[in-house]
Design a protein. Structure first.
Length: 107
């Protein structure tokens, strides 16, 4: 799980801007069934693309400021950041194949 980082309102900006890799942030909550379904898929993708992609997980219940800032209205929402800037937004649970296809240009 080295390529998966737990993010918070306090650490978000520092973690996102401190890396040259793309960072895929998973906005999730404990009570969200689809979030639990995609979590192992995101870990797999992160572990298969070290040096290119990191995954960050942000619990929206515990960290509402960042979720508000990026207007996360539904979860799971995945936002891919490159150089600290949001580049792509995916909403809803998707299978591994579909996620890889959506993220292909960043891998």
């Amino acid at each position: 799980m080295d390529n998966v980082t737990t993010l918070s309102d306090a650490t978000f900006d520092e973690e996102i801007k401190a890396t040259a890799e793309a960072v895929l942030v998973d906005f999730w909550a404990e009570w969200c069934g689809p979030c639990k379904l995609i979590s192992p898929i995101l870990e797999e993708i992160a572990n298969e693309h070290p040096g290119k992609l990191r995954v960050g997980k942000l619990n929206v219940d515990d960290n509402p400021a960042v979720a508000r800032r990026f207007e996360v209205m539904a979860i799971p929402t995945l936002i891919l950041f490159l150089d600290g800037e949001p580049k792509k937004r995916l909403i809803g649970a998707k299978g591994k194949g579909q996620l890889l296809q959506e993220l292909e240009e960043f891998l």
